[in-house]
Design a protein around this ligand. Structure first.
Ligand code: SF4
Ligand code: SF4
Ligand code: SF4
Length: 250
């Protein structure tokens, strides 16, 4: 991995310029990966994901591959795709919003855990759960603003996406990234300015989910429609549909 201190001044300047342009052109929820480019940049990786919705076709291959990778029990999901429908005929639109744990830099799920069963790994930024320590109290389920967690009915412990850490540790991409036929999902090291994800974030306006929660998500989106029925204007039609058992967004 190339660390931040070895970036040439020109490359670094171009990178920061790209981020400024992206912020200027982006939606109101633009966020930047704070782990990257700090003066004390960590030499260890800090993993994140970028989902480019210009390339997403809503095929659910990501959700299905995740199910298969982890043998996720029926009725539970670590990764899912929302369909966002809105507008009045003839001005209507339908778009897709793949969802997963955001591996937040300030994870509220970790703050509330009474046993230390969930934490953000210092070595790579992945937020994990140890089912042997988890007591299934559900505090983290309530604390997560993204509804990313569930109680696994087999283990009785909290469960969620872990960026396929078992694959990443072997140098492989997460299963959903591997399965994405649109090439919409990009996984990589936010601490490495030369990584594809960092270069894409530098060149494009990016957004995160519910930036106002202050969790600093590390899953970024390009061209996402963040419309939400909860914030719809009176008479405005917005419908979110998913294959989850509880389709209602929090
Ligand atoms: S998305 Fe939710 S479960 Fe994942 S790290 Fe953030 S607060 Fe925790
Ligand atoms: S359900 Fe498990 S991981 Fe979540 S807060 Fe309780 S002990 Fe911690
Ligand atoms: S696999 Fe890729 S293209 Fe298909 S729904 Fe998921 S992110 Fe979109």
């Amino acid at each position: 991995m190339k660390d931040v201190e070895t970036i040439s001044p020109i490359k670094r300047r171009d990178f920061m310029k790209g981020i400024s342009l992206a912020a200027a052109a982006g939606a109101s929820t633009v966020a930047l990966p704070k782990a990257a480019f700090s003066a004390k940049a960590n030499r260890q990786p800090h993993y994140g994901m970028l989902i480019d919705l210009r390339r997403c076709i809503g095929c659910h291959a990501c959700s299905v591959s995740c199910k298969a990778e982890f043998d996720v029990p029926l009725g539970a999901t670590r990764s899912w795709v929302e369909y966002v429908e809105k507008g009045d005929y003839p001005n209507v639109s339908r778009s897709f919003l793949p969802r997963l744990c955001n591996h937040c830099s300030k994870p509220q799920c970790v703050d509330v855990c009474p046993t230390g069963a969930t934490w953000k790994r210092k070595e790579d930024g992945i937020v994990v759960v140890d089912p042997d320590i988890c007591i299934g109290c559900k505090y983290c389920l309530q604390a997560c603003p993204y509804d990313a967690r569930f109680i696994n009915p087999v283990t009785g412990a909290a469960d969620k996406c872990d960026f396929c850490q078992h694959r990443v540790e072997k140098g492989l991409e997460p299963s959903c990234v591997n399965a994405c036929i649109g090439g919409a999902r990009i996984f990589g090291d936010l601490n490495d300015p030369s990584s594809k994800i960092s270069r894409m974030i530098a060149k494009n306006p990016v957004t995160v989910l519910r930036q106002e929660m202050g969790t600093e998500p590390n899953v970024f989106y390009i061209a996402a429609d963040h419309s939400d029925p909860h914030t719809a204007r009176e008479g405005e039609y917005i419908r979110i549909d998913t294959h989850r058992r509880e389709p209602e967004r929090r």
